[in-house]
Design a binder for this molecule. Structure first.
Ligand code: UDP
Length: 326
């Protein structure tokens, strides 16, 4: 029997590349797609030699054509770091809206099941804590984060419309802060920024007074949750994240301890609309998918630190990211 074929967009990115690995491991044929704006071929280079793996260099905001059958589509293409989507706001809106529409059309034509990568950002700066899936959120549509948040909210609405109107099989995962190997050292998110600073001997920059909270999930746990959700029969959004919440100042302390850095924490202005608190309520994932995160932060941070230490160039800082298409 021929193995099932899965299309993964954003395949050269942090999460996309880990998903490619997982689906290859499970015996799927993987069609990887990426426009390489924020992704890197380094993340999937090891897969090119496999017969079960093929790669398309393509921007899914434009019409998507893939010959042959497709059984599943996982839409993970999008800048995901605030600093990235502030630099490429229009592309961020397009990949979440036009890109999603193109892929839903492809899924319909191929009779494929489609899973979209949504986000805790649909909850904005949440007034409900922890965040449950039935909370509608507190998003500023015209603020700097609006380009990402609203694209993802539209993406959910569009996906749900294809589900109800066309009967398409769809899945929606709301991803909370995730970390692990293959994050870009210069992507601007808090973990690579802190580790990069520690490795370069710079002070760690906590924004605001560092009292805002996040809950960090190790990438392997996230991938397991996504895998289970895809093969569940549940079409409504499901939070996947690690509920272990920490303030950003405490997180900086943990990184200093982990890396043995001698530097101190300095405080810089809080970016506009930066959510004050974030923690997933994962009751649904537990009940529907029998899923809980297994890797604690101490373990996950150690693995991630080893990865960053092994990189040849540790000098990249967020501002170095300039190569993108207009
Ligand atoms: N942050 C920080 N210092 C940095 C980068 C980020 O204090 O150098 C903070 C940021 O303001 C936010 C949190 O860390 O409160 C997480 O930021 P990130 O960009 O990783 O993602 P977010 O969860 O805001 O989407």
């Amino acid at each position: 029997m021929k193995s099932k074929r899965v299309l993964i967009t954003g395949a050269a990115g942090f999460l996309g590349s880990h998903l490619c690995d997982r689906f290859i491991k499970e015996g799927f044929r993987v069609v990887a797609m990426d426009n390489l704006i924020t992704g890197s071929l380094n993340n999937i280079e090891h897969l090119f030699k496999l017969e079960a793996f093929e790669f398309y260099h393509h921007d899914v905001s434009k019409f998507v054509h893939v010959p042959g059958e497709i059984d599943y589509i996982l839409h993970f293409a999008s800048p995901a770091s605030p600093i990235d989507y502030l630099k490429i706001p229009i592309q961020t809106l397009k990949v979440g809206s036009l890109g999603t529409h193109n892929l839903l059309g492809l899924a319909k034509a191929k009779k494929a099941r489609m899973l979209i990568a949504s986000t805790s950002e649909v909850y904005g700066d949440p007034t409900v804590h922890p965040q449950t899936e039935d909370y509608w959120g507190n998003v500023n549509p015209v603020g700097p984060r609006g380009v990402y948040d609203e694209a993802k909210r539209f993406q959910e609405a569009m996906t749900m419309a294809y589900h109800t109107f066309h009967g398409l099989e769809t899945r929606i995962v709301r991803i909370f802060n995730t970390y692990g190997p293959r994050m870009r050292l210069n992507d601007g998110r808090v973990l690579p920024t802190f580790i990069g600073q520690a490795l370069r001997g710079e002070d760690l920059t906590a924004y605001g007074d560092g009292s805002q909270t996040r809950s960090f999930c190790y990438v392997d746990d996230l991938v397991e949750g996504i895998y289970r959700l895809l093969f569940s029969d549940y079409a409504y959004p499901v939070n996947i994240g690690n509920p272990d919440e920490i303030t950003i100042a405490e997180f900086a302390e943990e990184i200093i301890k982990l890396t043995g850095a001698q530097q101190k924490i300095i405080f810089e202005p809080l970016p506009q609309d930066d959510p004050k608190q974030r923690r997933p309520d994962i009751s649904k994932a537990i009940e529907l998918l029998d899923w809980t995160p297994k890797v604690n932060r101490a373990e996950g941070l150690k693995l991630t630190y080893e990865y960053f230490k092994s990189l040849p160039n540790k000098d990249l800082k967020p501002k170095d990211f300039v190569s993108y298409n207009k």
